[in-house]
Design a protein around this ligand. Structure first.
Ligand SMILES: Cc1ncc(COP(=O)(O)O)c(C=O)c1O
Length: 422
């Protein structure tokens, strides 16, 4: 029977990434607790994808809820041009204390895509302010940096971008680096260098394109080369940040740090929308001028919203507890054991793992996002009370760090069952 809420939803709501003609009705969720989401009729799901990769400490975390409530009673919002507030300043101090030391300034926005837009605008205007004509951007093939126009432009061209491709600015795309192609990539970068404003990348894991993973040492070489060629670099840590890859940031695996960084998703523990772009002092300094036209003219109504900043500060407190890192390492170790158990399964083309992320690539014809296996797997796991949302033929687990060993085992067992029976 169709739930009353689903019926009302269908009448008035348009959902993201959803073909509304053929999609199943949305599942009404009325409560979250830890790794679990509960429907109105009491059915329980394990949120094994952290609700689009945002939730790191579990749902409705009491400590974050308390801090958000306190902040709501104190100050819900204030315009952030000409004004500031304690939560924004504290969050900037907190974040700067844990990200690479070359980062000096924090710029607030609302989500991952806007964090990327701001980083791109900072780089392009950096060169404009210096009166150097550098307008090209370098990115990896298959990258995903968001759904706004600038973020789409620096993402790989795909079925998702197709209706807009003619309107997206030109970007130079290069392959992910490996030992064999590094020299070719470096010489391509050198040949473009006088036009290149910046290079944007997802460090270690390309998320939306199917959890494609690559070596820190190869990325390091590219970053060093970009620095030698005077090309600004942007680490998009929107997905990889806050412990996802086993260290606090994927950039912590690198010797050569990016000039700018983008954060969102886990920043607030997945509680509130918030984006942050950080940059080196040198970039900030290029905007300091008596000429008003050198200002970064960018901002959003909800820039540095105090409630979102309070959630992020609360999430920071939890992130810095030793238990959190211990949980991250526990998940990582358990994923490794599971990987060893399944990696020779003939149904799988590849099994890869970085930190708390494990991805299994089903070996089937036509490996696109729209493959049937995607729906088969998605429905199979929903039946078992597990939310896993495959990217085409790539099934991945990206759980909140508080997931128990028992729940991980339950997910692993059901994946093994899917491998046997589907
Ligand atoms: C690496 C990366 N950058 C940017 C984004 C865009 O973030 P948002 O969906 O918050 O706009 C995403 C979202 O999945 C992402 O994975």
């Amino acid at each position: 029977m169709m739930s009353e809420l689903a019926k009302r939803d269908l009448a008035v709501v348009w959902h993201p990434y959803t073909q509304m003609k053929t999609a199943a009705l949305p599942i009404p969720i009325v409560k979250g607790e830890g790794v679990y989401l509960f429907t109105e009729d009491g059915k329980k799901f394990i949120d094994a994808v952290s609700s689009w990769w945002v939730n790191i400490h579990g749902h409705s975390h009491p400590y974050i809820a308390e801090k958000v409530f306190e902040q709501l009673k104190q100050l819900e919002h204030v315009i952030f041009a000409g004004f500031t507030h304690p939560q924004a300043v504290t969050l900037a101090e907190n974040l700067l204390s844990i990200i690479p030391k070359n980062q000096a300034k924090i710029f607030y926005s609302d989500n991952g895509s806007t964090a990327v837009e701001v980083a791109l605008k900072m780089c392009l205007q950096f060169w404009a302010n210096k009166e150097e004509k550098r307008t090209k951007i370098l990115a990896f093939k298959n990258a995903y940096h968001g759904d706004t126009f600038g973020a789409m432009a620096v993402s790989g061209r795909s079925a998702f971008t197709a209706p807009f491709d003619s309107l997206l600015f030109d970007v130079e795309f290069i392959d992910l680096p490996n030992k064999e192609n590094l020299e070719v990539l470096k010489s391509k970068i050198s040949s473009l260098k006088s036009d290149l404003a910046c290079f944007i990348f997802e460090p270690l894991v390309q998320g939306a394109s199917g959890m494609l993973m690559y070596e820190a040492s190869d990325l390091d070489e590219l970053l060093l080369h970009c620095r030698q060629e005077n090309i600004l670099t942007i680490a998009d840590e929107v997905m990889t940040g806050f412990g996802r890859t086993g260290k606090l940031f994927a950039s912590d695996y690198l010797k050569n740090k990016a000039d700018l960084m983008c954060f969102s998703k886990g920043l607030t523990g997945g509680t509130m929308p918030l984006g942050i772009t950080t940059c080196k002092q040198e970039i900030y300094d290029a905007f300091l001028s008596d000429d008003n036209l050198k200002t970064l003219f960018h901002g959003h109504s909800f820039t540095a919203n105090p409630v979102a900043c309070a959630a992020a500060n609360a999430s920071f407190d939890i992130l810095m507890k030793p238990e959190t890192l211990a949980n991250i390492h526990r998940i990582e170790a358990r994923h490794k054991v599971f990987k060893a158990q399944i990696e020779n399964n003939p149904k799988l083309k590849d099994v890869r793992q970085t930190g708390t992320i494990i991805a299994l690539e089903w070996d089937i014809e036509g490996t696109s996002y729209f493959n049937n296996i995607r729906d088969t797997l998605y429905n199979f796991f929903l039946e078992k009370g597990i939310i896993l949302r495959p990217l085409g033929n790539i099934l991945y687990i990206m759980p909140p760090y508080v997931i128990s060993d028992d729940d991980l085992d339950y997910i692993y067992q059901n994946i093994s069952l899917a491998l046997k029976t589907l």
